[in-house]
Design a protein around this ligand. Structure first.
Ligand code: DGJ
Length: 567
């Protein structure tokens, strides 16, 4: 009887786990929950608090072994790590997944999730991570040719053999993952890396030139017509300047300047990579994204990889690669808030695969997840911890030792604590964030019936003296109630609904979250909340003179309840 029972229980367990494996809704995927699209892992939304390892770190087992504990100390929950074509298929048709398996084992042991970066045909636009058997066979795998006529070390996206071989390798990778990753350690895949042509605005190889002289495919033109009202202003302008034609060659439709070259290349790269993404998804449908090397103001296409997803070419990618879920910006330049507003669209959730890790980077994470419903953020070169203290890193600088005290670690720790709250408020649309610097010392937004004004924190003694970096996320918790997490900011409130015109602080308490539950630690009042003693002046602008202040030690969390009175 006992044996029979045991067998029955075992059969039940096995059939449940088999059903689980087959249940594709358990595979990490993107899902729209209320007002936000989120990454769902094992049935729950996941916020990526990540870092990307240096390009080849994964191949160095001893180095990696030493790096994992640092990542835990930095409060990361997700590591972006490369898997290169050359590492898995050094000989054609013979696959070796030992590097990947080592990464998966290390991640699991150190309780990290991973996002894989597929360095296949291109990495930063060039083809150095393709296997030697690909690189050496120029006839079978044609190269891009630039204006001078020279072939460069870049596989031509017009090469059909390269597309077929890259697809085969990528599918083998996903087949392997599907077999070995029932734990869902891998959350998403970045396809290739910062693609596009550098050195010229378009590929001038034979196949490419033929395609450039041909008609723009009807399917692209139809897509543009159908999405006319939501196209990026840059693309719409280029199309309209050339007469908004519904047929013609690339130059007839998009003009005779370099924009036509860039749009042409974008269409081809999108088709190439869209094909790879679709083939991979047929095997194991993890979310797929691209990353972009962004054009700078004084750049022409070719200074940056021409054809990658940029504001001009974004819609071309959407049209050409429906199997790619999102196109993401790599951001190490100023103006983070403006850049992410361009990349976050109804058809494109926001994720930053490569960002800064210094204090300004923490402000960026807060803005991405708080103001733009971001899926998360990842610091480039996280294993080089000097980058978390200074950017660009100065050669020879000693790495920091007290990792837990770094701005990034403190910022990620606060966000980890708040993750369930943040994800819930993203879905409900009851969250926003401020991103302040010396060039933008205040920011206002409406939330929960109030206008919140964030300013850089001033010193108590000298109102003119401000910090030069501050950030904060606010969540509306109920009527007249907020949770705010921030550093180096002060926040005041202005009612936006009928009733008495001044908001005073009824409750302001510092504390922490345990799950969705706030645990108060200190009642804030007096010097903690007084921002301005000129009360008569303050009353005239419907202010009480007090507000929530967040110091440099944070980010810290405050629970705030407001009451209202008439002046
Ligand atoms: C951006 C690339 O995507 C990364 O792989 C790396 O090469 C960095 N640039 C270097 O800072």
């Amino acid at each position: 009887m006992k044996t029979f029972l045991l067998a029955a229980v075992l059969t039940l367990l096995l059939s449940t786990s088999a059903a689980h494996a087959a249940d594709s809704t358990m595979i990490p995927h993107l899902e729209t929950r209320g007002r936000a699209t989120q990454l769902i892992v094992d049935g729950r939304p996941w916020l990526i608090l990540g870092g990307e390892l240096n390009n080849t770190a994964a191949t160095d087992a001893a180095y990696l072994e030493a790096a994992w504990p640092k990542l835990t100390r930095l409060a990361l929950n997700t590591v972006l790590v490369a898997v290169a074509w050359d590492w898995i298929e050094p000989e054609e048709g013979k696959f070796d997944f030992s590097v990947l398996d080592g990464v998966l084992a290390g991640a699991r042991k150190n309780r990290q999730k991973i996002v894989l970066l597929w360095f296949g045909s291109w990495k930063n636009g060039v083809s150095t991570f393709a296997p030697a058997w690909v690189k050496a066979d120029q006839r079978r795998f044609p190269r891009v040719r630039v204006g001078s006529g020279s072939a460069i070390e870049v596989l031509s996206p017009f090469g059909e053999a390269a597309l077929a071989a890259d697809t085969r390798a990528y599918v083998a990778l996903l087949e392997h993952l599907e077999r070995v990753d029932a734990q869902h350690t891998t959350l998403m895949i970045q396809l290739e890396n910062e693609v596009g042509i550098t050195g010229d605005s378009r590929d001038r190889s034979e196949g490419a030139s033929r395609a450039f002289a041909s008609q723009v495919p009807a399917e692209l033109l139809q897509w543009l017509q159908e999405h006319r009202t939501s196209l990026s202003p840059e693309l719409l302008a280029a199309w309209q300047a050339a007469g908004a034609r519904s047929a013609g060659t690339w130059q007839q439709v998009f003009g005779t300047d370099l924009k036509a070259d860039e749009i042409f290349m974008a269409w081809r790269y999108a088709q190439y990579m869209g094909h790879i993404a679709a083939a991979g998804k047929a095997v194991y449908p993890l979310p797929v994204f691209t990353n972009s090397w962004l054009a700078r103001a004084d750049n022409v296409p070719g200074d940056y990889p021409s054809g990658g997803p940029e504001p001009l070419t974004f819609d071309i990618w959407k049209a050409g690669a429906p199997a790619i879920d999102l196109n993401c910006p790599d951001i190490s330049v100023a103006g983070f808030d403006q850049i992410v507003r361009v990349f976050h669209r109804p058809d494109n959730p926001l994720f930053i695969p490569e960002g800064l890790g210094v204090a300004a980077g923490v402000a960026n994470v807060f803005y991405a997840v708080g103001a733009q419903s971001g899926l998360g953020y990842s610091v480039f070169g996280i294993d080089n911890t000097v980058r978390l203290v200074m950017f660009p890193p100065v050669l020879g600088t000693a790495p920091p030792t007290d990792l837990e005290s770094l701005p990034l670690a403190k910022g990620y720790a606060a966000l980890r604590e708040l993750t369930p709250m943040i994800l819930e408020h993203q879905a409900q649309g009851t969250i926003d964030a401020a991103w302040l610097s010396a060039g933008k010392t205040s920011q206002e937004f409406d939330l929960g019936g109030y206008r919140l004004r964030f300013e850089l924190r001033r010193t108590f003694w000298d109102q003119k003296f401000m910090t030069d970096l501050g950030y904060g996320i606010a969540m509306a918790a109920g009527p007249d109630e907020f949770y705010i997490v921030g550093a180096d900011v002060q926040v005041t409130f202005q009612p936006r609904t009928p009733g008495p015109s001044i908001a005073g602080l009824a409750v302001d308490e510092a504390g922490h979250f345990a799950g969705m539950h706030f645990v108060a630690e200190r009642k804030l009042n007096g010097d903690d909340i007084m921002l301005n003693y000129k009360l008569a002046q303050q009353a005239q602008v419907n202010q009480s003179g007090s507000g929530a202040r967040f110091g440099p030690e944070g980010p810290t969390i405050q629970h705030i309840k407001l009451y209202r009175y008439s002046p």
